[in-house]
Design a protein around this ligand. Structure first.
Ligand SMILES: Nc1nc2c(ncn2[C@@H]2O[C@H](COP(=O)(O)OP(=O)(O)O)[C@@H](O)[C@H]2O)c(=O)[nH]1
Ligand SMILES: [Mg+2]
Length: 192
């Protein structure tokens, strides 16, 4: 897989635009500011392909990055952005619901901030995925922010969470490039 051969092929703002071409799709989900763009950029060896924004959660679109013409990394719009209007929240729910209940998603990569832990919105998303029976695993982001003791405690809290039984949790840091190979390994294991 040549990850340097990646293009943003589509920015979808509504259900009718979603891609159904049969290629595997790995969707990245998480609250605004959790580090989703940074994770996608790290996986793709890019600095700014997915925008790392100081003003999070603005756009409600699903962005499809096609890697080496063989799979998609799908950037779902973030949730939990306080400044969003009711109308925008509705738009988010409709778009993400269409996507996750569709037939095209291979696996969801659920991002959880290791220091913050599981938020109420994260719980909703975890329940949603479990109920829909969608395969998923967790990437625990910004691992570099914690010292060894706090990191171990935080990892233990995730490991003992009932909704995450039998769900792998990969510690990740975009800053230190930690966890990149592990995330790719999980993704590639599912396409072979
Ligand atoms: N310390 C640290 N900060 C990070 C890491 N990943 C992202 N950030 C910061 O967290 C903020 C949000 O990151 P971004 O990737 O835009 O999050 P998104 O809103 O989920 O796409 C930015 O200021 C990033 O620089 C990480 O691994 N370590
Ligand atoms: Mg982002």
């Amino acid at each position: 897989m040549n990850v340097n051969n990646t293009e943003l092929v589509l920015t979808a703002g509504n259900e009718s635009q979603l891609i159904h071409d049969g290629l595997p799709q790995f969707a990245f989900s998480g609250r605004s500011n959790v580090g989703k763009s940074s994770l996608i950029n790290t996986l793709l060896n890019r600095k700014k392909l997915a925008r790392v924004s100081s003003e999070p959660g603005k756009t409600i679109t699903i962005n499809y990055y096609r890697v080496d013409k063989s799979l998609y990394l799908v950037d779902l719009p973030g949730y939990g952005y306080a400044k969003r209007s009711e109308n925008e929240k509705k738009q988010w729910s409709q778009l993400v619901d269409s996507y996750v209940t569709g037939e095209d998603v291979t696996c969801i990569v659920q991002l959880i901030d290791l220091k913050v832990g599981i938020t109420d919105d994260d719980y909703m998303m975890l329940e949603w995925m479990s109920d829909a029976g969608i395969p998923f695993f967790v990437v625990a982001t910004k691992a570099d922010k914690l010292n060894k003791t706090d990191r171990n405690k935080a990892m233990m809290r995730l490991a003992t969470e009932p909704l995450l039984q039998n769900v792998p949790v990969v510690p990740f840091s975009a800053l230190k490039k930690e966890g990149k190979d592990e995330v790719w390994k999980k993704i590639l294991n599912m396409v072979q």
